[in-house]
Design a binder for this molecule. Structure first.
Ligand code: 13P
Length: 250
């Protein structure tokens, strides 16, 4: 199994002074973390260039939080995958539940973005996860199964792409899925990936996200089939993010 990937999603946080300070603190502190984890931070678009500059030559890769499906053109306000690559980003989060909800992104949209990101040489981190209502109605596996089928393009498992399971009810709420829930859902996602992509589906990393913090990271990262973590709030404090990174398995 490949190294665990610990990815920080800064979401819409970080004016220049804060973002630069956070990147510098990560750079300064990463030496104490051990080298088990692969590390990436995903600042807002406006802070990507700064993060790339500060983290250059460190163990941290830098990613975006979204990209358009077209490589360029008349799409006012959007950012294309080659633009992220041009800034030095190597990863991009796609299909986050906040974009699925706030921007009405459909699986098909996410799939087209994954293709664009891959063509631009970015590693897509594709988010899936059920809402509280879907879980209460026992629809979590169906929901996530359809998201996987719809959001991942042909050949996804042959590339470096990553899937992130983020139950919507666990995001920013302080409620994490139990170890048993995470184990069940990650096993389900693995089976879906193998069904869709054959043997190559075994190689796709599956991250867990949703209220991961320095206190619960070790337990979550020890669950079978958990290939890393996608961290929101706790990625905004360098000490917390580095503690999560330190809990990763090689
Ligand atoms: P929190 O870690 O703040 O719950 O956010 C998770 C998330 O949405 C990461 O993409």
């Amino acid at each position: 199994m490949s190294r665990q990937l610990i990815a920080g999603n800064w979401k819409m946080n970080g004016l220049t002074a804060d973002a630069d300070g956070l990147a510098q603190a990560l750079r300064d502190g990463v030496g104490q973390v051990g080298d088990a984890a692969e590390l990436v931070v995903c600042p807002p678009f406006t802070q990507i260039a700064g993060a790339v500059r500060i983290l250059a030559g460190s163990r941290f890769a830098v990613g975006g939080q979204d990209c358009h499906m077209a490589a360029k053109g008349a799409h006012t306000g959007d950012i294309a995958a080659p633009m992220l690559r041009d800034l030095g980003a190597t990863h991009v989060i796609l299909g986050h539940s906040e974009r699925r909800q706030n921007h009405k992104e459909l699986d098909e949209t996410v799939r087209e973005k994954v293709v664009a990101a891959t063509e631009a040489g970015l590693v897509p981190i594709v988010c899936v996860g059920e809402t509280e209502d879907q879980r209460s109605a026992d629809g979590h596996e169906d929901t996530v199964g359809w998201q996987i089928k719809g959001s991942l393009p042909h050949g996804f498992a042959d590339g470096p792409g990553v899937v992130a399971y983020e139950p919507v009810w666990a995001i920013g709420t302080g409620r994490t899925a139990t170890g048993d829930d995470v184990a069940t859902m990650h096993a389900f996602i693995r089976a879906e990936l193998v069904r869709q992509f054959g043997d190559a589906g075994h190689g796709v990393r599956i991250l867990y996200g949703g209220s991961v913090n320095a206190g619960n990271a070790a337990a979550l990262l020890a669950v079978p089939e958990v290939g890393g973590a996608l961290v929101g709030g706790a990625s905004l404090a360098a000490a917390d993010f580095l503690a999560i990174a330190a809990a990763a398995r090689g």
